[in-house]
Design a protein around this ligand. Structure first.
Ligand code: ZN
Length: 303
């Protein structure tokens, strides 16, 4: 009997060991599961609080993200800071101004311009042209509409000649005084202004090299040959331009009431070709090209 018992005990021993092993394995698995599920819970909680936080931020912005397709989620914190700094600004304007880049000082946080060699290329104190950028298809303006040899991008040149000849037929004299300017030309010009007036002052009226719209070949400074170009707004030609420039695809690029958006003091002589459709919209809605760009062109695949 005792012998038999012993035998059974001996026979059972491996089973007991196996059971113990299995049990400990189950224990280990359940512990590690518990750990990982609590880890999951933590990341889930973090996610929830993040969503909650961004929801609170969107609430602070009156959920305007649902109404504006140019609302940029990456800029939420910049929107909130800018809103705090400009409490009287409508929220839509907060979004537009931050998208333009106005929450940064001029020339800070600037990027290489998109849409090179198009009529809707935006160049300003936040969007610069490469040093070696020379627009395609620069051609010379008919000398009866210019002061010396002036070149522009072909379609802008055609539009300008059409504008100037229409004006002439109606008794107005409009001439191109300055059009395409190369990067290197702007280097000399800017440096001269800085040495004359100091950097701070020069920055208000002259572009730094790469940041000049004249490098696009889409820009024309005009005058009537009787008065200095700086007095262009005292001429009847200026009034004509105000009523008609958009019909030929040109806009007054730096208007009096848009100084804070364009970054330039008022220039009654500086016109920019953007095409008839954009020019007409800007004319009818009295907005800056900067505003038009961030609302209708930026981040669109095929504007
Ligand atoms: Zn100009």
């Amino acid at each position: 009997m005792t012998k038999k018992r012993k035998k059974i005990k001996l026979k059972k021993a491996p089973f007991i060991i196996i059971i113990i092993l299995v049990l400990s394995l189950v224990l280990i698995i359940s512990i590690s599961n518990k750990n990982s599920s609590s880890k999951n819970e933590i990341t889930e909680n973090q996610k929830n609080s993040k969503v909650k936080k961004s929801n609170e931020k969107l609430k602070e912005l009156n959920y305007i993200n649902e109404k504006l397709d140019y609302f940029n989620n990456d800029y939420i914190d910049r929107y909130l800071t800018y809103k705090k700094e400009n409490p009287n600004l409508p929220i839509k304007k907060v979004i537009i101004n931050v998208n333009i880049g106005l929450d940064y000082p001029y020339y800070e946080n600037s990027h290489e311009a998109e849409y090179l060699n198009t009529s809707y290329l935006l160049v300003n104190k936040y969007n610069y042209l490469p040093e070696n950028y020379i627009p395609d298809n620069l051609v010379t303006i008919d000398s009866i509409y210019s002061n010396g040899e002036k070149v522009m991008v072909d379609y802008a040149k055609d539009a300008f000649e059409k504008l100037a000849s229409t004006a002439k037929n109606e008794g107005y004299n409009i001439y191109a005084m300055s059009t395409y300017r190369s990067y290197n030309y702007q280097v000399g010009l800017y440096n001269r202004y800085v040495s004359e007036d100091g950097k701070e002052s020069a920055d208000t009226y002259s572009a730094r090299p790469g940041y000049s719209e004249h490098q696009t070949g889409l820009t024309v400074d005009v005058y009537n040959k009787e008065k200095s170009y700086t007095d262009f707004d005292k001429t009847k030609e200026y009034t004509w331009m105000q009523d008609n420039a958009h019909k030929f695809g040109f806009i007054l690029r730096y208007p009096k009431d848009k100084v804070s958006e364009t970054g330039y003091t008022y220039e009654s002589w500086h016109y920019r070709y953007v095409g008839e459709e954009i020019a007409t919209y800007i004319h009818e809605h009295n907005i800056s090209f900067e505003e038009y760009f961030v609302r209708f062109l930026e981040n669109k695949n095929n504007p």
